[in-house]
Design a protein around this ligand. Structure first.
Ligand code: MN
Length: 198
């Protein structure tokens, strides 16, 4: 079974003005589609065709660079589209509120750590909120790596991730990654993030 590009639950313009329609369209139809196509090429004819993306990523250290980059790219973007929504932002609800307070003190302290991880990731990559055992940890990864990979510094269940590749923000924000990171807080789908808690 080949991997396929997931449909979005909202229109490309739905996250305006925080994330512009043109960026969303190119990001989904060109970048994400590219990762899907190259992942399928990289696993064609191998036993990996019968595995879930999660199972592939957890043993990625013994797989090819193409599988690492494009498998990570497929997983990361699939998550990214789900943890954003029009009318998002605000504060987390339910269990997630308590778990964030327990691990970071306050929501604002968590927000500062996460934004800082997104701003200080040099070059291309992602910042994450990860559930690792019974703890929540903020971390970041280079390229299309993620916390499911056995090569990641912090491993665990990714709850929330922000793409800080320039393709995610350059059309609207150019070099101002800080403005993009600030805007991201207005589109987070906290219900979807909370549902990822295990
Ligand atoms: Mn991207």
């Amino acid at each position: 079974m080949a991997f396929t590009l997931p449909k979005l639950d909202y229109d490309y313009a739905a996250l305006e003005p925080h994330i512009d329609a043109r960026t969303m369209e190119i990001h989904h139809t060109k970048h994400h589609q590219g990762y899907v196509n190259k992942l399928n090429d990289a696993i064609a004819g191998s036993e990996l065709e019968n595995k879930s993306i999660e199972d592939i990523l957890k043993e990625v250290s013994r797989l090819s660079v193409a599988v690492r980059n494009n498998g990570g790219g497929h997983y990361n973007h699939s998550l990214f589209w789900k943890i954003m929504t029009p009318g998002g932002g605000g504060m987390p609800a339910g269990d997630l509120t308590d778990v964030i307070k327990l691990n970071f003190g306050t929501f604002d302290q968590f927000r500062e750590q996460f934004s800082n991880a997104a701003l200080t990731r040099f070059g291309s990559g992602w910042a994450w909120l990860v559930q690792s055992g019974n703890k929540l940890i903020v971390t970041s990864t280079p390229n299309q790596d993620n916390p499911l990979m056995d090569v990641a510094d912090v491993q665990g269940n990714p709850l929330l991730g922000i793409d800080v590749w320039e393709h995610a923000y350059y059309l609207k924000y150019q070099n101002r990654r800080n403005e993009y990171v600030d805007a991201f807080w207005n589109v987070i789908n906290w219900t979807a993030v909370g549902n990822r808690l295990k």
